[in-house]
Design a protein around this ligand. Structure first.
Ligand code: SAM
Length: 279
């Protein structure tokens, strides 16, 4: 039972999924060593520093919340190193981790990964076909995010990380899949229960999980926001554990994971592994 992963009762659990509301650093310390197959996460980007962006043709403040404010380069990097060190500890020897971010965070995340002994396998470029316009007109318009994919298994070790090469090749029309992936922003039907300011498309996370995990594997997201990783994990037949400190987003994630349509839409017909109480 995924709800028993931590020696602490979850805020919500149902069959193959459990959510704990709280600070991810404290919660990660409660996760047993080498118990997780895969981590997919989207940590704070530290970009809420009073700039402006464009949403639906309107100029709006870029601020997402206090959780996204920078405390300076050194402290931001220390934060990344601390949570990534816990991720290293809780991953199984052949486990992999995906971290998504913009240039505000991925350089620090990548450096921290190297400092901790992770082996970076790929840097995936997520290309957004319809990015918001750049209001400042002093740089190119931002239209990508980077996903770093790394493993704990050193090169040549007996521990082989999962890469479902054939499935990815099939998904790429019979050719080797490249590292530039085009995905639209989350669809409207992914926001029926409410919105998160940095919500990721389910299809993007689902591809990562299909590539790097197998049915029944345990996927953890220590900064789960609206629970996109959970929807993708359950929808592809994996198990999910998620942490989030804000009550509003925890509630949103629970609603999304309870939603049969959201979760079920990724699975081929008749292949639901979900327990009855999730459905
Ligand atoms: C970039 S968002 C993740 C969005 C998510 N991928 C989605 O699709 O909804 C990061 C989330 O981490 C949460 N967060 C920030 N610091 C945290 C901490 N120390 N512990 C737990 N959650 C935290 C924020 O509240 C925010 O919801």
């Amino acid at each position: 039972m995924i709800a028993q992963l931590l020696a602490k009762s979850p805020t919500w659990a149902s069959g193959d999924a459990a959510i704990w509301q709280g600070d991810s650093l404290s919660l990660l310390r409660l996760v047993p060593e080498a118990s997780i197959d895969c981590i997919w996460t989207d940590p704070p980007y530290f970009l809420s520093n009073d700039g402006f962006t464009c949403v639906a043709g309107k100029m709006v403040p870029v601020n997402k919340g206090d959780w996204d404010k920078s405390r300076g380069i050194d402290l931001d990097h220390e934060f990344n190193r601390t949570w990534l060190a816990e991720c290293y500890r809780v991953l199984k020897p052949a486990g992999t981790i995906w971290v998504s971010g913009t240039h505000h965070v991925y350089l620090s995340v990548g450096f921290a990964m190297m400092q901790l002994g992770f082996r970076i396998l790929n840097d995936i470029v997520w290309e957004k076909p319809n990015p918001p316009p750049n209001l400042g007109t002093r740089t190119f318009t931002h239209s990508t995010e980077i996903l770093l994919w790394a493993t704990k298994a050193p090169k040549g070790s007996k521990h082989k990380y999962t890469f479902n090469y054939d499935e990815m090749r099939q998904e790429a029309g019979g050719k080797q899949m490249k590292t530039v992936w085009e995905f639209q922003a989350p669809r409207e039907d992914e926001k029926v229960h409410g919105k998160h300011p940095t919500q990721k498309p389910v299809s993007l996370v689902a591809r990562c999980l299909r590539a790097s995990t197998n049915s029944g594997d345990v996927v953890l997201d220590p900064f789960m926001g609206s629970g996109t990783t959970g929807v993708a994990a359950l929808g592809t037949g994996r198990r999910f554990a998620g942490f989030e400190k804000e009550e509003e987003y925890t509630r949103l994630a629970i609603l999304r994971l309870k939603d049969r349509r959201a979760v079920g839409s990724l699975l081929p017909r008749g292949q639901s592994r979900l327990s009855q109480d999730v459905l």
